[in-house]
Design a protein around this ligand. Structure first.
Ligand code: SF4
Length: 352
């Protein structure tokens, strides 16, 4: 907590260099798809969702989703990250039908879809266990589970901002089940929810323990970890606290960079730490590459969940990500969602 800022970033960057030698920074060409905004969970920091019956609700058709995937294929992308609300009108057959159709039409695209709370929502609708739901989704073509919804895995904080989201244990259990089934998973963390430094360490500790247990069972566990500060525009969490200063909400760039550095040092069993350009901007994301991060995130193409609460940039072109990496002094390497190299720019192009 009291470590000198420069020392902390230096040590985290050294640890990154030891773990991942070389001067490469990876990025992913992908697309976010937010297939439905109907949700019953009512998180206070969320401006994206609409309750069932609201006039602004939507659920995209298979054809609409497929045409978005086609646009991703057109730019050489390799995966979609599809997340939405907990929609009680969609049953397991709808999700199986969607994955089956996408896999058939877009066989080379990895389908990383549905965060743990969505899996729980599907399980509740059909009266099955989350494991049974995951087994059926995997059979239909699911490749991985995004790490969304972890926020702060400390129940006192979690129930304060998302009373209906359930205990931290649920997120960890669904992720563990996904890992056991061979699905690709990542871990996330939202800071600035009114938590203490100790709470942040507790979150990191739970991720690290789950990773230890996955690795000791011979599983790959989480591919990566990404954190960002809560956005406070346009949501009840920000509105309810404006002018009151009841809690210490949000986190500035320095605090964010410190957290990136601490996560690189503490999560010594997770290979990749991502910088978050959508919430912090490209310049701070570049600094995160000197605070232990080794990955610049992804193109996204569109983002509607976090951006509804205040970010302005919801997509980056491949050129923007490469330029961001090169101008920070690193070599850009396009990867897939399992961090396998897809494409490395030839030397002459790097200098242009
Ligand atoms: S963050 Fe997710 S679970 Fe929470 S209200 Fe928004 S869509 Fe629903």
């Amino acid at each position: 907590m009291n470590a000198d800022f420069n020392d902390l970033l230096y040590v985290a960057h050294e640890r990154r260099n030891l773990k991942l030698p070389g001067n490469s920074v990876t990025y992913l060409v992908d697309r976010n798809i937010n297939y439905t905004n109907v949700c019953t969970i009512n998180c206070q920091f969320c401006s994206f969702y609409r309750p069932p019956g609201h006039i602004e609700t939507y659920t995209q058709t298979f054809e609409q989703i497929s045409s978005k995937v086609r646009e991703l294929e057109d730019i050489g992308g390799s995966r979609i990250l599809m997340q939405g609300g907990v929609n009680p009108d969609l049953d397991l057959d709808w999700y199986i039908g969607l994955l089956t159709a996408l896999k058939k039409r877009h066989p080379s695209i990895s389908l990383d879809c549905f965060s743990p709370i969505e899996i729980e929502g599907i399980a509740n609708v059909v009266g099955k266990s989350t494991r049974e739901v995951l087994v059926e989704l995997k059979r239909a073509g699911l490749h991985g589970l995004p790490g969304g919804g972890a926020e702060m895995l400390v129940d006192e904080i979690r129930t304060g901002v998302s009373p209906q989201k359930g205990a931290s244990e649920n997120w960890l259990r669904v992720m563990s089940e996904a890992q056991e089934l061979g699905l690709v998973t990542s871990a996330t963390n939202v800071i600035g929810l009114g938590e203490s430094i100790g709470d942040r360490v507790e979150h990191l500790d739970k991720i690290r323990n789950l990773q230890d247990s996955a690795c000791s069972s011979g599983l790959p566990g989480f591919t990566s970890f990404i954190s960002w500060p809560v956005m406070l525009e346009n949501n009840s969490l920000g509105r309810g606290n404006r002018g009151h200063n009841r809690y210490s909400l949000g986190a500035n760039s320095t605090e964010y960079l410190r957290h990136v550095a601490v996560s690189r040092l503490y999560l010594d069993n997770i290979d990749h730490i991502q910088a978050s350009w959508p919430t912090m901007g490209m310049e701070v994301a570049q600094l995160a590459l000197f605070a232990g991060a080794d990955d610049a995130g992804s193109t996204m193409m569109e983002e509607n969940v976090v951006s509804a609460s205040g970010t302005t940039k919801t997509g980056a072109s491949i050129d923007e990500l490469r330029t961001m990496i090169v101008s920070a002094g690193f070599i850009p390497v396009q990867r897939d969602s399992e961090y396998n190299t897809i494409y490395e720019l030839p030397e002459p192009e790097l200098r242009n």
